[in-house]
Design a protein around this ligand. Structure first.
Ligand SMILES: [Zn+2]
Length: 239
């Protein structure tokens, strides 16, 4: 399902999958995505590894600059001490950031290198990207995945892993009575009500089905990785 914002068609298949609206305000020192929610992934789980495995290295572009803080933009061009062939990976803290993109969804990804000096085993990679505003035009919703660190993924009907579509204005959360669980429940209710066909982020709170809302507000969601299929969601909605 295509995501529309006023007169902008943000997922027009004829013009490429994703077009970003970048908000730049020099006075405030702001240059960021206006519509897509930012996502940061640091815990190495099987789902993160599956997604990382398909990422492709690229030159930094304007969208990578929109992911990082303005002062960090130069680090997008720093060489990595693991790649220059001379320095030991643990010789110093490396502050490089690598620019990548997801070839399935076209999303920019910045990979931050965080070496911890003197500890050979501790090399951390932090992945920062944007959630899509919708799955691709011919994708359907297959299942929701709540990762063990709370990251939210979706597997499409064809088995492709994606971050859960999410807009900046309606961030998701779970485990309490508040806006985040309402936004997540509204999105999942929309998916269940349309048999997985309408995947655009931004469903209004009023669309949240009581049973699905009760689930997103419960602490059960936080107890380890779990996968909820479209059939599960539809059954919750019928309860
Ligand atoms: Zn590095």
């Amino acid at each position: 399902m295509t995501h529309h914002y006023r007169d902008l068609n943000l997922t027009d298949p004829a013009n490429g999958y994703l077009h970003f609206v970048v908000q730049a305000e020099a006075r405030l020192g702001v240059a960021r995505s206006l519509l897509n929610a930012e996502v940061s992934l640091a815990v190495q789980t099987p789902f993160l590894q599956e997604w990382v495995a398909r990422l492709v290295r690229c030159e930094p572009n304007a969208l990578h600059c929109a992911i990082v803080e303005p002062r960090q933009i130069p680090t997008l061009f720093h060489p990595c001490i693991e790649e220059d062939g001379e320095a030991s990976p643990v010789a110093a803290d490396c502050v490089c950031r690598k620019a990548m993109y997801d070839p399935e969804f076209g999303l920019p990804v910045v990979v931050q290198h965080a070496n911890i000096t003197g500890s050979a085993d501790v090399t951390r990679w932090i992945y920062r990207t944007f959630a899509p505003l919708a799955l691709r035009p011919h994708d359907s919703f297959g299942s929701l995945i709540v990762d063990r660190d709370g990251s939210l993924w979706v597997r499409t009907g064809e088995g492709i892993l994606s971050l859960l579509p999410q807009s900046r204005a309606l961030g998701y959360d779970f485990g309490y009575d508040g806006g985040g669980p309402h936004a997540l429940a509204a999105y999942l209710s929309q998916v269940a009500a349309t048999d997985g066909q309408v995947t655009a982020a931004g469903a209004p709170y009023a669309r949240a089905h009581p049973a699905i809302l009760a689930w997103t507000q419960s602490s059960a969601v936080e107890q380890g990785a779990r996968e909820l299929t479209l059939i599960d969601l539809k059954e919750m909605r019928r309860s």
